[in-house]
Design a protein. Structure first.
Length: 135
């Protein structure tokens, strides 16, 4: 037991379904509503699996940013300046080029966090650093 009897490539189309039950009974949503340079940290949800932070990002292609790729570095740091482990991101682009993003990070009970946005220019210009507390 526990050993492979054999392995082989199986060709064809696979249609797999797995039922998943998600327990959201202990999720805790809290407002943040802080902003800097048009970057807004709106709210967050503390879950059993991590922390989901909802942010509004400006169109970084426009003034005063002028990022042709609209793709700065973003992350969430703890009080010691360490980035929390990024798990996933969902985003929706608005008609005006701004973006709503939901970023999930691995959460280990940190209370003092900050959302950081940095340009990918040579100087790595800090565009926003928004501190917030997790209840």
């Amino acid at each position: 037991q526990g050993e492979y009897e054999n392995t082989a490539r199986v060709n064809g189309t696979w249609h797999l379904r797995f039922p998943v039950t998600v327990d959201t009974s202990e999720n805790e949503t809290f407002a943040i509503d802080r902003q800097e340079n048009e970057v807004v940290v709106k709210d967050a949800v503390k879950t059993k699996a991590g922390l989901v932070v909802h942010v509004h990002l400006p169109d970084f292609r426009k003034a005063p940013y002028f990022d042709p790729y609209n793709d700065p570095d973003i992350g969430i740091k703890d009080a010691e300046g360490n980035f929390l482990q990024w798990m996933s991101q969902k985003h929706e682009e608005n008609a005006d080029g701004t973006t709503e993003s939901w970023i999930m990070v691995l959460y280990n009970g940190e209370k003092e966090l900050s959302f950081e946005v940095t340009a990918k220019d040579e100087a790595q210009t800090k565009l926003a650093e928004i501190a917030f507390q997790v209840p």
